[in-house]
Structures are given as structure tokens and as C-alpha cells.
Design a protein around this ligand. Structure first.
Ligand SMILES: C[S@@+](CC[C@H](N)C(=O)[O-])C[C@H]1O[C@@H](n2cnc3c(N)ncnc32)[C@H](O)[C@@H]1O
Length: 277
């Protein structure tokens, strides 16, 4: 048996020598032991948990994100499997999904495409809110698609997981057929990616890097989205905080109306929205 005092000592050893926080230790402890980390619930813990806890703490000490160490993480009211096959969905993307939800809440059977879907968070969230929706999740990485499938099965979702390049997928759609395109595509230019490499190296580089100074997907997807978009339908993008005016111009030049830049919770430019009228 290991005592609460031993666990406190273990925690402080890892907090001092790594990026681990008290909150993260509590999350890991609950994940592994199934009890809250406090002197009552964790007064004495079976020794069998110790090597498992230490191996998780070592992964965190080496810099692996806590989300991957735990293997699941909340996205709004869903709990999703997360691992190194796809980006860890960020809080900004939760707000993107909420904005998307508002845009389609008056449509009886919304037809939606989540372009560059990662672990499927946006598509899965929207599907959970609209029982008669038709939602395609398009993702080029076969490994990420396997993760979407795992989440889809766990959530009993009906999304269509499509392993394809977004540009090829968009070209294959009938004109004027989609109510909402929503996308958080890769938007980091290569130089910025490598200057932040130590923070990002555990997630797939394919999720971050985009050519044409980070704007590749906005330049190439937007004109096709416009063509394939239903009248009165919307295109909603997540963007890098310094990309607002360029992405806004791309939407305007592609034909979209009411184009707006919207802010995230930190008051940074984070989304661009346009409507086809
Ligand atoms: C920034 S991540 C976003 C993931 C997810 N939508 C989210 O917000 O958490 C971008 C995703 O686009 C995928 N991707 C990159 N190039 C692509 C392409 N040409 N076609 C389809 N998906 C692509 C990457 O594999 C990655 O999963």
C-alpha cells in the first residue's frame, strides 16, 4: 500500500522537475486510480497503481501533452478519444463548433461538411445536436480517420468519415448542395511551425503546416465552397489571429456576402464567416 503522503511526495517531485501541474496530477490520478486525489479518497492506494502512475508522469515529464497521456479529453459536452494521430482540439475550436451550431439550427435537415476534420470533434459535436443532419467529415490522414471512426463508434454517431484530400472532395460535390462548410484547416506557415516546434512536436505536422504563408487552404477551398454552397448557406473558418483581413478578402473575392471577422475568447481575430446569397 502507498499512502497519501507518499503520493504527495511523488507529485511534488514531478512538479519540480517537469511541466506537470497540480491539476494535471489530479486528472492523471483519477484516470488511473479511479479516485479523487485527496487525503480521504486516496488515504491508501494499492501498489499496483504506482508503476502505471509513474509511467504516465514520465510521459508528461518528457513533454507529451496531458491530453495524449490520458487518451481522452472533453470537447464541449462530448468526451473524445485523443492521440497522436490527430490534433488535440483547442478551446477556440469549441467556440467554432458553437457558432456552426447556431448557423444551422433553423434548418430541418442540415447538410454540413467539416473540412480537415482531425479527430472529428466539430462534425461529431454537430451530429450530436442535429438528429436529422447529414454531416461529412473529410480528412486526408488515414490514421486520423481511424481515430474519427473510433470516436464515431463510441458516440454512436452517424457522420460520414471520408478519407480524401479536401480539394478533390469539394470538386466531387454537386453545385449548390451544402448548407454549411465549417473548417479549422492547417494555417501555420512552415517557419512559424519550426519556431514553435518544441510545443507542437507531439501532434502531427500535417495538422499545422500550410503553404502560401499559411493561407493555402483558404485560397484553394473557398472558391470551390462557394460553387458547392446552397443559397443562404454559410462558410465558417477558424483562422490564425493575424490572417483576418487576408481570409476576409478571399471570401469576398470568391463571391461571399456579409463577410465578417469574429473574435475568440481572448479577443483575437479567430473566425471568418460568409454567406452565399
Ligand atoms: C488544424 S487540424 C484541425 C483538426 C480539427 N478540425 C480540429 O479543429 O481539431 C487540420 C487537419 O487537416 C488535415 N489535413 C491536412 N491537409 C489536408 C487535406 N489536403 N485534405 C484533408 N485534410 C487535410 C490534417 O491531417 C489535420 O487533421
Amino acid at each position: 500500500m502507498i499512502t497519501y503522503q507518499d503520493l504527495v511526495n511523488l507529485e511534488s517531485e514531478y512538479i519540480q522537475s517537469s511541466l506537470l501541474t497540480h491539476h494535471e496530477f489530479k486528472l492523471l490520478f483519477f484516470h488511473i486510480v479511479g479516485k479523487d486525489f485527496n487525503p480521504v479518497d486516496a488515504e491508501r492506494i494499492d501498489d499496483q497503481f504506482v508503476p502505471i502512475l509513474i509511467s504516465a508522469l514520465e510521459r508528461r515529464k518528457n513533454g507529451e501533452p496531458i491530453q495524449y497521456v490520458i487518451g481522452s479529453w472533453p470537447f464541449l459536452d462530448l468526451n473524445l478519444f485523443v492521440d497522436n494521430r490527430a490534433l488535440i482540439p483547442r478551446p477556440e475550436t469549441e467556440l467554432l463548433a458553437l457558432k456552426a451550431e447556431k448557423l444551422i439550427n433553423k434548418i430541418e435537415k442540415p447538410i454540413v461538411c467539416d473540412l480537415c476534420s482531425g479527430n472529428g470533434a466539430i462534425a461529431l459535436y454537430l451530429d450530436s445536436k442535429f438528429s436529422s443532419s447529414q454531416i461529412d467529415a473529410i480528412e486526408i490522414s488515414a490514421a486520423a480517420c481511424d481515430l474519427i471512426q473510433k470516436n464515431k463508434k463510441y458516440l454512436n454517431s452517424k457522420i460520414n468519415v471520408i478519407n480524401n484530400d479536401v480539394i478533390d472532395y469539394l470538386a466531387s460535390l454537386p453545385d449548390n448542395s451544402i448548407d454549411l462548410f465549417v473548417s479549422n484547416p492547417p494555417y501555420v506557415c512552415e517557419a512559424d511551425y519550426y519556431s514553435n516546434y518544441s510545443e507542437l512536436k507531439y501532434e502531427p505536422s500535417l495538422a499545422f503546416i500550410a503553404n502560401e504563408n499559411g493561407l493555402f487552404f483558404y485560397y484553394h477551398m473557398t472558391p470551390i465552397c462557394y460553387k458547392k454552397q446552397n443559397y443562404d448557406g454559410y462558410l465558417l473558418y477558424e483562422i490564425g489571429e493575424d490572417q483576418g483581413s487576408e481570409v476576409k478578402n478571399i471570401l469576398v473575392e470568391s463571391g461571399y456576402s456579409y463577410v465578417e471577422i469574429l473574435k475568440d475568447y481572448n479577443q483575437l481575430d479567430r473566425y471568418v464567416i460568409g454567406k452565399k446569397i
